[in-house]
Design a binder for this molecule. Structure first.
Ligand code: PEP
Ligand code: MN
Length: 278
């Protein structure tokens, strides 16, 4: 061989079949494309209910929203924490949509367990093996984000902590990695989507919001991820991004979200795929 390309082995070209993971009444994986949308931070009942209405009306599978925020700046908004439990419970009940939220500390498990339908492990905690071991003892699904600078291999090993503990309900989430490029917040690793579909026994969501850090780029990267085979999206949506307490710059407003939700089925149809029916 004259090129430096690695030889292609037939067995490595076989697509890995990941079992779908149920989150409440919805699921991720198995073919249909599921969209999990909501604000970076839960801020009020009015804010969350407004987004929930849009997510439901536009065919989203469920909601996302942070209660415990891991902020780089200690003076930045840290999330409503326990204060938001009643907001989430009420919106889950009124909308019927399952809810995914980040857990930042094993001590939150006991009370967060009955508030959310899946735990999100954030990028900053992908290497928190004590947290992963605790979540491995449960059956509640875990959305495991890729670490800020984690190798694909390290991410898969983090997932292995959950599986070895006995929790097979793992969903990966590619949210961009740090590279030398600073024009965008992160570099969304589209390779990781295709690679996970081939190598990983778990479904994978794409988070184009953190992957770009720029609301104007989010729809393009969301579509690219769908085209690359992602099982769905975890995406930030806010009724008024200019007033958001966190990540407003990368959050879609309701009209932008609607436009994306109308485009996605057309792209998926070209690939013989469908949106998940909620
Ligand atoms: C989030 O989803 O709001 C979040 C903090 O994401 P990440 O852990 O990917 O930075
Ligand atoms: Mn965010």
């Amino acid at each position: 061989m004259t090129s430096g390309a690695r030889p292609i082995r037939n067995e490595s070209r076989m697509k890995h079949i990941a079992k779908p993971v149920k989150i409440g009444s919805s699921s991720v994986g198995g073919g249909p494309f599921s969209v999990w949308a909501g604000p970076c931070s839960v801020e009020s009942l009015a804010q969350l209910s407004t987004v929930a209405e849009a997510v439901k009306a536009l065919g989203g599978a469920g909601m996302r929203g942070g209660l415990f925020k891991l902020r780089t700046d200690p003076t930045a908004f840290q999330g409503l924490g326990r204060e938001a439990y009643d907001i989430v419970k009420s919106v889950r009940l009124s909308s019927g949509l399952p809810f995914v939220s980040e857990i930042t500390d094993p001590r939150q498990i006991a009370d967060l367990h009955d508030v959310v339908d899946a735990f999100q492990v954030g990028s900053r905690n992908m290497h928190n093996y004590a947290l992963l071991k605790e979540l491995g003892q449960l059956k509640k699904p875990v959305v495991l984000k890729r670490g800020l600078s984690a190798l694909f291999k390290e991410w898969m090993l983090a997932a292995d902590y959950l599986v070895r503990g006995g929790n097979e309900n793992v969903i990966l989430c590619e949210r961009g990695i740090r590279t030398f490029e600073t024009a965008t917040r992160n570099t969304f690793d589209i390779n990781a989507i295709a690679l996970a579909k081939r190598e990983a026994p778990f479904p994978i969501l794409a988070d184009p919001s953190h992957g770009t850090g720029d609301a104007g780029l989010v729809p393009a990267i969301a579509l690219a991820a769908a085209a690359a085979g992602a099982d769905g999206l975890l995406i930030e949506v806010h009724p008024d991004p200019s007033q958001a307490k966190s990540d407003g710059f990368q959050s879609l407003n309701l009209l932008e979200f609607e436009s994306l939700m109308r485009t996605l089925p057309k792209l998926l149809a070209a690939l013989d795929r469908k949106m998940a029916t909620p």
